[in-house]
Design a protein around this ligand. Structure first.
Ligand SMILES: [Fe+2]
Ligand SMILES: [Fe+2]
Length: 141
C-alpha cells in the first residue's frame, strides 16, 4: 500500500500543477519504499535527493506560472516554498551525517516522511488552492 495518496480533493484545478503534485506524492512514496525496504545508503540518498530536486522543479514552475498571471499572493507563497526547501535540505544533511557516522537513521527518516506528508497536503489545501480562482478567471485550467 502506498504511504500517501493523491485524491481529487487535492486538485487545484490546473492540470499541469495537479500532475506535478501527483509526481511529488509518487516520489514521497518512493522514499517511503526506500526506507521500509531497507535500501542501501546509496539508493536511499538517491531517492531522497531526487525528491528534493523535484520539489525545487515544482516550486519554480508554480512560481513562474503565478508570476505570469500576476497572482497577488506570490510573495508569501514563495516564502513558504523557501521555508520547505530549507527544512528538507537540513533534514537531508542531518540524514547524511547520521549515515556517515553509522548512527541509527530510522527514527529520522520516519520523521522526514511524516513531515513531508503533512506539509505537502497542508500546503496544497491551504496555500496552492488559493490561486485556483485566479487561474480560472484567466482561462487556465
Ligand atoms: Fe505551492
Ligand atoms: Fe504546489
Amino acid at each position: 500500500m502506498a504511504f500517501i495518496e493523491w485524491t481529487k480533493e487535492y486538485s487545484v484545478g490546473v492540470q499541469e500543477i495537479d500532475e506535478q503534485h501527483k509526481q511529488l506524492v509518487q516520489l514521497t512514496n518512493e522514499l517511503y519504499t526506500a526506507i521500509v525496504g531497507n535500501y542501501d545508503d546509496i539508493g536511499l540518498r538517491k531517492t531522497f535527493q531526487g525528491l528534493i530536486d523535484y520539489v525545487k522543479v515544482h516550486f519554480s514552475h508554480e512560481e513562474g506560472m503565478m508570476a505570469k498571471v500576476n497572482y497577488p499572493g506570490l510573495e508569501p507563497h514563495q516564502a513558504k516554498h523557501r521555508e520547505l526547501v530549507t527544512r528538507i535540505v537540513n533534514y537531508f544533511k542531518e540524514y547524511q551525517a547520521k549515515m556517515a557516522s553509522g548512527a541509527d537513521s530510522k527514527h529520522l527518516s520516519k520523521e522526514v516522511l511524516m513531515f513531508l506528508r503533512d506539509w505537502l497536503f497542508h500546503h496544497i489545501l491551504e496555500t496552492d488552492m488559493k490561486y485556483r480562482d485566479h487561474f480560472h478567471a484567466r482561462g487556465i485550467k
